[in-house]
Design a protein around this ligand. Structure first.
Ligand code: FAD
Ligand code: NAP
Ligand code: NAG
Ligand code: NAG
Ligand code: NAG
Ligand code: NAG
Ligand code: NAG
Ligand code: NAG
Length: 742
């Protein structure tokens, strides 16, 4: 089903591109010879009074002069002669099929040059064919050649920019699919050259540990740095762009068409940047979409495409600015007149809106007000599309805009389709320990969850139904037909839900939701001899569902699975207690690090750890549970009392005296015996030591998968890269499941 859906996306994507190219750009090609002739004629002589615009199709002397010019250039004469018909259609004149024979005869018999005509004045119509200045013919032809060929080659240069991305995508796809299709070959790929590439190019962050963490600059100018490989891809794209725009843009000295060499070159650059910018549009929109079939084909995640989206969009905007500024200078003298034309002012609007997008998409604004950013981003992007559409529609480039619109509409249609197909079930939302919301969503039977995948959730409430937030899901441990999301309370929609639930009885309520997904892919960690999953805080659900999936779906294989979870306090594990219990019957080796074990605040939330838990498999823990019951009830009464008196504040038990009476330790002991299959370690793990020791322990290839605090993820990446080339020649892979794009 999943693959089928992707195949459908893929086909639709190509169908939309194919239909777009049904009405492709008509190359100017040899038409330039004809136009150069008529232009030169207009600059040297006149045959009709200025008002008679169709002169070149009706005046026989004019036609004879054209024939003479075409014959002198003598390049693809059949084409240029025939082009006369096409050109005169525009003037509503049908030229005879054999116009050329008569015209050239007249030219040979009667043509005169300027010096042969007494009192020659170019504004006074003459009644003989005219012999054009030979030097000027050469110049006009060359000037037109450069001017018109620039249009045609600009399409090719723009395609070159797209071709660059095609190459990058194909290489990416090859590298990623080899890992999946030939895992045994991948394991052996530890050649020093490959290791060098992986250690210094494909794995690390661009600078030390700066990938997932945001970088601050003068407070308001924060940013994200892509990985080193992504940076390289982006850097090369900038190089390709500059190279393709610098190529073949020289004009001839004293260009007769644009008056000067400078103006001619300015025109070439403006034309080219306008065309290439429009050509970039489909790619920019494709990269931004959630339903981007390339994500599956290339196996890159959304945040990688987001990084590329930002840079392709910046290049597109820069090109649009060059185009606009160039034309502003060229048309400076009659700017007001031009600006009144529809195509022209829509061009101005589009560029302005592009500038606004560049500002409103600042990292600071994205982080701080994501929903507002998104709203304006979409509105402004729509205005941009409209502006470009109206700008190019009469210039013959509208077919470049269709694919962009098709890609965007396709994404939206699939998104709506996914929402409708999922339905709008009532989800059970519960506020758990550690400011975590547990959302249990009944799912349709056809909807398969992807281990490590995420879905975008709409909570259908009047004030925020339109917001969709990404959350990693796990399959419910006790209900096949539900997925479970764990959402950390942050400042936006999650905080609104928190406030709703704090007031609700039992801190739980039913909310209508819809899920858009599943998105994301599991990592190829399952093919390694050892897979180590390192989760921090709320990053656990995705890694948990992936590691459990590997353990349950590949029972025969003898790979080792390890799950490491770093949490702050003891109470931070309560919200994931059921899942930890569930690990009992698997081969997964679980280690939980409690980084601040002395922090006992809210430890009494312990009794909430079985929220929704139907029952335990083993008798031993059943006993434990019944043994606990009396105490549980006591704590429960206590806490509900407190909850009623002050809804927002839970019981705080952090007086040091209580520690010595053993009650907390008792809870810790119960946890340890209930979760006897889990190893608890107090304190933060040292990633620097953890990685080499895991590599050492592994029986062969090893994969690290991580999600959690960005600083931790960056550390794991850093030390994995450092240890790619190890003495034992073990293959080391690193995968991050955290995705940062906002
Ligand atoms: C692929 C993925 C999976 C995730 N899985 C989980 C998970 O399982 N559990 C969990 O607790 N959190 C998860 N997150 C983070 C979660 O999406 C945000 O915490 C949540 O959207 C914040 O909502 P808010 O309105 O309360 O946040 P706010 O306080 O308004 O914003 C907090 C931060 O969250 C980010 N953010 C807000 N809205 C979005 C959005 N629509 N898309 C992307 N980023 C956004 C921004 O960086 C923002 O600075 C995941 C994020 C991603 C990208
Ligand atoms: N796919 C995704 O993109 C995705 C999915 C789920 C969650 N998330 C995000 O993941 C984050 C999890 O945050 P959280 O608030 O639950 O917890 P957290 O603040 O990340 O802290 C979790 C634990 O990690 C420890 N830790 C932090 N940095 C470390 C480091 N460098 N090395 C070792 N241990 C380290 C902390 O120790 P100390 O107590 O010593 O600080 C703490 O015990 C959230 O921002 C969430 O939005 C993203
Ligand atoms: C041009 O047309 C004539 C007659 O139509 C034909 O004989 C000749 O081969 C053509 N030349 C080229 C180069 O196509
Ligand atoms: C050609 O004819 C059409 C329709 O008759 C008219 O609208 C148009 O203005 C004419 N063009 C020229 C150049 O005369
Ligand atoms: C050519 O004719 C125009 C108008 O008929 C006149 O203004 C101009 O001075 C003439 N030029 C020369 C060089 O005679
Ligand atoms: C042709 O044009 C060139 C350049 O403008 C000029 O120098 C030359 O005198 C002209 N030749 C004739 C025959 O008019
Ligand atoms: C390592 O692999 C070998 C052969 O596959 C096996 O005999 C051995 O038990 C493994 N060791 C560990 C620690 O898994
Ligand atoms: C792994 O990385 C650590 C930290 O940089 C380094 O000290 C250690 O020598 C590396 N181990 C191997 C086997 O390369």
């Amino acid at each position: 089903m999943h693959t089928l859906a992707y195949l459908a996306c893929f086909l639709l994507g190509f169908v939309s591109l194919a239909t777009a190219s049904l009405d492709p750009y008509e190359k100017l090609g040899k038409k330039r010879i004809f136009y150069a002739c008529t232009n030169q004629i207009q600059s040297e002589v006149s045959f009709c009074p200025p008002k008679e615009i169709s002169c070149q199709c009706v005046n026989e002397n004019y036609m004879a002069t054209i024939a003479g010019c075409l014959r002198r250039v003598n390049e693809d004469l059949n084409f240029t002669i025939n082009f006369m018909h096409e050109n005169c259609v525009y003037y509503n004149v049908t030229v005879a099929d054999d116009w050329y024979d008569g015209a050239i005869k007249l030219y040979d018999e009667k043509a005169k040059s300027a010096s042969e005509i007494p009192n020659f004045n170019m504004s006074i119509p003459i009644d003989v064919p005219f012999i054009l200045n030979t030097t000027m013919t050469g110049m006009y032809q060359e000037a037109f050649k450069r001017f018109y060929e620039n249009y045609d080659t600009s399409i090719e240069y723009g395609s070159g920019m797209l071709g660059y991305w095609l190459l990058v995508l194909i290489l990416g796809a090859i590298f990623n699919w080899v890992k999946i299709l030939f895992p045994n070959i991948t394991k052996k790929m530890t050649h020093p050259v490959i290791n060098w590439w992986r250690q210094y190019v494909s794995m690390p962050a661009t600078f030390r540990k700066k990938k997932s963490q945001e970088q601050n600059f003068l407070r308001y100018f924060g940013f994200l740095i892509p990985s080193r490989l992504e940076s390289l891809v982006i850097f090369l794209f900038y190089c390709v762009t500059i190279w393709l725009h610098a190529m073949n843009s020289k004009a001839i000295d004293n260009d007769p068409v644009f008056e000067s060499k400078y103006k001619a070159e300015l025109r070439y650059v403006s034309d080219r940047s306008g065309i290439t910018a429009t050509l970039m549009m489909p790619l920019v929109f494709l990269y931004a979409g959630r339903n981007n079939f390339l994500q599956w084909l290339v196996q890159w995640d959304y945040s990688t495409f987001m990084a590329y989206h930002r840079h392709t969009a910046r290049v597109m905007f820069a090109l649009a600015v060059i185009h606009s500024v160039g034309y502003t200078i060229l048309l400076y003298d009659d700017y007001a007149e031009e600006a009144a034309e529809t195509y022209f002012y829509w061009g101005i609007i589009a560029t302005t809106v592009g500038g606004l997008i560049m500002i409103q998409a600042f990292f600071y604004l994205r982080r701080k007000w994501y929903e507002i950013f998104l709203f304006f981003h979409i509105v402004l992007a729509a205005v941009w599309v409209a502006g470009v559409w109206l700008h190019v529609t009469d210039l013959g480039f509208i077919w470049l805009v269709y694919p962009a619109v098709a890609v965007w509409c396709f994404d939206r249609v699939v998104r709506i389709g996914r929402l409708i197909a999922f339905g709008f079930p009532h989800a059970e939302v519960t506020l758990l320990a550690d400011e975590t919301l547990k959302v249990v969503v009944p799912k349709p039977s056809y909807w398969h969850s992807i281990p490590g995948g995420h879905a975008f959730v709409h909570f259908i409430r009047p004030t925020y139904f339109w917001q969709s937030h990404p959350f990693t899901f796990t399959e419910s441990t006790n209900n096949e037909d539900s997925i479970v999301l764990y959402c950390k309370v942050k400042g936006g929609i999650t905080h609104s839900l928190y406030q709703l639930l704090v007031k609700a009885p039992g801190r739980t309520c039913k909310i209508r939701v819809s899920c858009e997904g599943p998105y994301g892919e599991p990592t190829p960690a399952r093919y390694s001899d050892t897979a180590v999953f390192i989760a921090g805080g709320n990053g656990i659900p995705g890694l948990y569902s992936e590691v459990v999936d590997i353990a349950e779906k590949t029972p025969i294989s003898d790979n080792k699975l390890k799950l490491i979870w770093v949490v702050r306090e003891w109470r931070s594990i309560y919200w994931f207690y059921e899942e930890l219990l569930h690990l009992k019957n698997t081969k997964i080796e679980t280690i939980v690090y409690i980084s601040q074990p002395k922090c006992y605040t809210f430890i009494d939330e312990f009794n909430n750890r079985f929220v929704g838990l139907e029952g335990l498999e083993s008798e031993e823990s059943n006993e434990l549970k019944t043994g606990l019951n009396t105490e549980d009830v006591k704590i429960e009464e206590f806490s509900t009392e407190e909850t009623q008196s002050s809804t927002d504040k839970m019981v705080r038990i952090d007086e040091p005296i209580r520690e010595s009476d053993g009650s907390y330790h008792k809870i810790v002991d119960i946890i340890k015996s209930e979760l006897s299959h889990v190893k608890f370690i107090e304190g933060r793990p040292s990633i620097e030591e953890l990685i080499p020791s895991e590599i050492h322990e592994s029986n062969g290839s090893i994969s690290f998968v991580t999600c959690g605090h960005p600083a931790m993820v960056d550390q794991v990446r850093y030390y994995c890269a450092k240890n790619v080339s190890n003495k034992e020649k073990k293959r080391v892979d690193f995968y991050e499941q955290i995705q940062v794009w906002a």
